[in-house]
Design a protein around this ligand. Structure first.
Ligand code: NAP
Ligand code: 8YV
Length: 328
């Protein structure tokens, strides 16, 4: 097995600063600031044994690195990495579960409160001096009191959201592909069924083909005219034009969104809607949590090059027997 300083890690594209510093403490780091593998000279490619990436890496980049062994993804949702393709080339993939769960759940409750109780709009009203000039901020149409919430994706983050919702006094239901045996929340085997049953629909599911545009016109119609939609999962899970239409024509009442289909671009139509609360993908974005994510990426790479079991391999890598490096 190699000592870490022998190993060159390619940081592929924009990446957290503390995360790069941690990698630099353990490895030789080459930072390619764009996501364009063509900018890495051919002569350097053979020396790359690991990649650290936040977000997307195309298969062409994986294929261009002949001695690549492992990709450490900064983020729990690794829909930007084709882990099946990586496995077919013998390349392991890791992600960063657990260390961000509570932060993301906290932010989800913040986004929900902003959306329902208009806290962002009320703050802008106070800062503009309108309280003194015009009187109190108008009473909000919605409240969390007496509401039911449905979670699409009752996994690590979904469960942490559910616990917070319970503490807020809301009744919780959920939809996953499979029913959980360890919770008493009502299970719905279809997303439309869940949307019909609740006042608030929260997406905390992964992106990728199995959830692509799952929140469509039918689901939004089922949520209904008093319905609130929250998405902290992935923008790809929503049919965004259908969501914009639903917000415009009153099919649903409100949306609170941390994620979008084509980040960092937010459609102008969505920006213009007063009944949408928009955050720039910040659910895990505290310095401490992002540092913990960067440390976990580095821990995975260190484990691999020490021949130890990976702390957090993705399921596709585990299934392919890539949860530790083969002894050389
Ligand atoms: P997790 O523990 O794997 O939970 C995912 C849940 O989604 C599971 O309960 C899974 O249950 C369900 N699910 C998967 N595919 C589904 C489908 N096609 N239809 C319905 N349910 C489905 O993952 P996690 O750690 O909670 O993270 C969840 C996701 O949150 C990430 O993948 C990421 O996309 C997103 N995220 C966003 C931010 C942000 O900054 N906004 C931060 C962190 C994470 P079944 O397998 O039974 O279906
Ligand atoms: C990060 C996330 O913003 O973990 C995830 O799935 O979406 C966020 O925590 C993202 O991964 C950073 O690239």
């Amino acid at each position: 097995m190699s000592s870490s300083s022998d190993v060159t890690v390619l940081v592929f594209g924009p990446y957290n600063g503390d995360g790069i510093a941690e990698l630099e403490r353990r490895f030789t780091v080459r930072h390619l600031k764009t996501r364009d593998i063509a900018e890495l000279p051919e002569a350097e490619r053979g020396g790359i044994r690991a990649v650290a990436v936040a977000g997307r890496i195309p298969n062409a980049a994986i294929d261009a690195l002949p001695n690549l062994e492992i990709i450490g993804h900064f983020g729990v949702g690794y829909d930007g990495v084709d882990a099946g393709h990586a496995a077919s080339r013998g390349v392991a993939v890791t992600n960063t579960p657990d260390v961000l769960t509570e932060e993301v759940a906290d932010t989800t409750l913040g986004l929900l409160l902003m959306t329902v109780r208009e806290l962002g709009l009320a703050e802008a009203y106070a800062r503009a001096g309108r309280w003194e000039a015009e009187g109190p901020y108008p009473l909000t149409r919605f409240s969390l009191r007496g509401k039911t919430a449905g979670i699409m994706g009752l996994g690590r983050i979904g469960l942490a959201i559910a616990e917070r919702l319970e503490a807020f006094g809301l009744e919780v239901a959920y939809h996953n592909r499979s029913r959980r045996s360890d919770v008493a929340y009502a299970y719905h085997d279809t997303l439309e069924g869940l949307a019909k049953a609740v006042d608030i629909l929260i997406v905390a599911a992964p992106g990728g083909p199995s959830t692509d545009k799952a929140v469509n016109e039918g689901v939004l119609t089922a949520l209904g005219a008093e319905g609130i939609f929250i998405n902290i999962g992935r923008g790809s899970t929503v049919d965004e034009p259908a969501l914009i239409d639903a917000l415009k024509n009153g099919t649903i009442a409100r949306a609170g969104l941390d994620v979008f289909a084509d980040e960092p671009r937010i459609p102008a139509d969505l920006m213009a809607l007063p009944n949408a609360t928009l955050l720039p993908h910040v659910a895990s974005a505290s310095r401490d949590t992002r540092r913990a994510m960067g440390d976990l990426v580095a821990d995975n790479l260190s484990a691999w090059f020490a021949g130890e079991p990976l702390p957090t391999p993705v399921p596709e890598s585990e299934a392919a027997g890539l949860s530790r490096a083969k002894a050389s």
